[in-house]
Write a protein that binds this ligand. Structure first.
Ligand SMILES: [Zn+2]
Length: 722
């Protein structure tokens, strides 16, 4: 699940960035901007971007004008002859660059969820320039002198806690950007940042193209045995969409494992699909081994320049975790239980493969990664004896959304939702809801973009369009993005319980954004460390399986009948099934990420050895267990080579510890109640980063986090068993 890191980026980019090296182009003139949709704040409710008026041609002039405006504003702050004050420096920075924020946030969102060739071109052009502008601001000596001066005398400034936190955040951002380095070192740093940004963009585009191109073409419908008629119809439609009428197309999802492998009876097709998945980014024209080799070396070099042992050490210093040792410690507590369970699961599967071979009078074979889900599904059915096809009619998207996701938020926080069909959207399937608070007052807009598209990044994530801030008088506009396959016209949208859980998860991020109640944009909503940002989302998953919530949403879309209790019990019991695999594939990827980023410059491998490095890292971790490949192999591991998760993929597990601990607290205090919701809202969900995250959690819970509820939730707590 990809997440809402944009919150952090947007806040940082919006407020601190803007720089000097990029020449402002002449197209930034006022005439070009007169009727540009980004020129002024949107006049739509909640400043919703006017999607119907935004065209690709608007981005470049808006970026130019926004960057120029930001530079001017920041220069005025830096050169202000008056002595530095919190107001004329820190608050002024918070107010600067709003035009750039408006265009950047919309562009970045739409480039992820509704891109086209032109936008990708703009992305390639703009991202290094935006990075350069950010560097220039954070490395401006006059500005640094003001920020540092204020920070050194912070105890005498009589700031309230949130303002003090803001000042500290700015100081940290400047230091981490290299403000304390010598000019020559700073010049090198700027160069490296620009290069890194270009490499990330290349990595992203390679993954997108490799994933699209990697789709598997099937010539004969017989090979698709196991898929439903709807899925076969969709595969035919997908093939037709690419000019392959009469054939079928199986599109790839982000992860190593492909969900469709669960259903396909044809073993050689399963192998083809699996190999297409892990083959992504390995060769021209989408070769990411070259990109990775350059990226990790440059990151290590940058860390060294800034005085850190490795990129991981640099990254983790600014997280709740603090350092690589803390991450290793947490992972090492979970890994043995996960791997032991995965091996038990594999033994169950191998036994089934052997029994079926024997019954058919054929030789057996050794379990391969492309077999895992096909057979584990049968083990699951035998053990929990329910069929996804029987469950699906109870998980219809609209019911799940309104009677499940929204319902839980209403019970907990008093929120109400009303669809706004009058507001513009960027794609016809996208829906907008106005969210009212318990007192009936307008709180936020929620954008739901649930369906997969060719021009949308894979996975699921949340991102804000407008960030809550009292300083800027802004209420939040947040969006959830999923990749649910769109059924043929007229067919209902029936979900798996996994997809239901993902909806709750992403909505947890949305709630974190919507309930934000802070003064400053830099500290707003989901602008928290990466290893804290998944806490509200993973916590919110618990309501997907809470009996009183399930009873409310899991109703047959045709008859309205509630899900039979015994079926429901099986679905819930099955949630701990295969957690050995799930946890191991995740931890393998997290360790891979750490391995890539705990190296020094000298240890960085060459492109030809990228795969070898990966292999050795997995071996060294003891997690190189062939039937359970990492959730992402390096060449399509977008979280860490393109997104904001470098050295941070562990963050999901770290956050989940907090989330499960909170779940236990909720159940200990009466479960789904307004009192519980309001308590969490007051201590965590409304607070953004207005306080140190570890302090927030301690204030909420009265102690530090405990790992046991997580092991229990994943069914890993017991020594063995299903
Ligand atoms: Zn998430």
């Amino acid at each position: 699940m990809r997440i809402a890191y944009l919150g952090v980026l947007a806040a940082v980019c919006a407020t601190v960035c803007g720089a000097a090296t990029a020449p402002a182009s002449s197209t930034a003139g006022s005439s070009a901007m007169a009727d540009n949709p980004f020129t002024r704040p949107s006049t739509l409710p909640f400043e919703l971007p006017p999607f119907d008026r935004i065209h690709d041609g608007d981005y470049r002039p808006a970026f130019e004008a926004g960057m120029a405006e930001q530079l001017k504003q920041v220069a005025a702050i830096a050169k202000n002859p008056a002595p530095a004050t919190f107001e004329n420096t820190i608050v002024a920075l918070e107010k600067s660059g709003q035009l750039r924020t408006r265009v950047e946030i919309v562009f970045s969102n739409l480039n992820s969820c509704n891109t086209d060739d032109e936008m990708q071109k703009i992305d390639t052009e703009m991202s290094p320039r935006l990075t350069a502008q950010d560097d220039a601001i954070l490395l401006d000596p006059a500005l640094w002198a003001r920020v540092d001066g204020l920070y050194q005398k912070r105890a005498t400034l009589h700031l309230n806690p949130e303002s003090l936190q803001l000042l500290s955040r700015y100081h940290t951002l400047f230091v981490r950007a290299g403000a304390q380095l010598q000019p020559q070192q700073q010049a090198r740093l700027k160069e490296m940042n620009k290069e890194l940004s270009t490499l990330s963009t290349r990595f992203k585009q390679n993954v997108l193209k490799a994933t699209t191109d990697g789709a598997v073409v099937v010539d004969s419908v017989a090979e698709l045995d196991g898929l439903s008629p709807e899925q076969i119809g969709a595969a035919a439609q997908a093939a037709e969409g690419r000019g392959l009428k009469g054939k079928w197309l199986i599109a790839l999802q982000n992860t190593t494992n492909q969900p469709v492998l669960t259903q396909l009876t044809n073993r050689s097709l399963r192998e083809r699909i699996y190999k297409a998945s892990i083959g992504r980014g390995l060769s021209v024209p989408t070769d990411n081994t070259v990109v990775i080799a350059q990226l990790v070396k440059l990151r290590a070099e940058r860390a060294a320049l800034l005085g850190y042992e490795s990129h991981a050490a640099y990254q983790l210093e600014d997280e709740s975790a603090g350092n690589p040792a803390a991450v290793r410690d947490m992972i090492s507590k979970v890994a043995p239980a996960a791997l032991a369970r995965a091996k038990e699961e594999a033994a169950d599967i191998q036994a089934l493969i052997d029994a079926q071979a024997k019954a058919a009078g054929k030789p057996s074979f050794t379990l391969q990664p492309w077999d895992w889900f096909f057979y584990s599904e049968q083990v699951r059915k035998a053990r929990y004896s329910f069929d996804q096809a029987k469950v699906a009619p109870y998980f219809e998207l609209d019911h799940v959304l309104k009677d499940g996701v929204f319902y839980a938020a209403h019970q907990l926080y008093g929120l109400s939702f009303k669809e706004r069909k009058d507001l513009p959207v960027y794609q016809q399937d996208v829906r907008v809801f106005e969210v009212s608070d318990a007192n009936g007052k307008p709180l936020a807009l929620f954008i739901a973009d649930y369906f997969a598209r060719d021009n949308k990044q894979g996975g699921a994530w949340m991102s804000p369009y407008v960030q809550q801030s009292r300083l800027l008088h802004q209420k939040p506009v947040v969006a959830n993005h999923l990749n649910i396959p769109k059924p043929q016209p007229g067919q209902p949208v029936l979900l798996t319980f996994d997809e239901v859980t993902t909806m709750f998860h992403e909505f947890g991020h949305a709630v974190h954004g919507m309930l934000s109640n802070v003064e400053y944009p830099l500290l707003s909503g989901t602008a928290v460390p990466r290893d804290f940002v998944e806490y509200p989302s993973q916590y919110n998953e618990m309501w997907a399986r809470e009996p009183s919530v399930v009873e409310h949403y899991a109703r047959n879309y045709q008859t309205g009948a509630p899900m039979p209790p015994e079926l429901l019990a099986k679905v819930l019991a099955a949630t701990t099934f295969n957690q050995g695999y799930a946890t191991t594939e995740y931890i393998s990827a997290a360790l891979l990420d750490q391995a890539w980023h705990q190296i020094t410059v000298a240890q960085a491998p060459r492109a030809q050895d990228v795969l070898g490095f990966e292999e050795r890292a997995l071996k060294a971790s003891g997690l190189d267990y062939a039937p359970v490949p990492p959730r992402y192999h390096s060449t399509y591991f977008s979280h860490v080579f393109e997104g904001g998760y470098s050295a941070g993929y562990y963050a999901y597990l770290w956050s989940e510890v907090l989330a499960r601990d909170t779940g236990q607290w909720m159940h200990g205090h009466g479960g789904l109640t307004r009192a519980n919701g309001d308590y969490l809202r007051e201590h965590i969900l409304s607070r953004g980063r207005s306080e140190d995250p570890q302090v927030l959690f301690r204030n909420f819970y009265g102690r530090g986090p405990d790992i046991e509820p997580l092991l229990e939730y994943r069914g890993l707590a017991k020594a063995s068993g299903g």
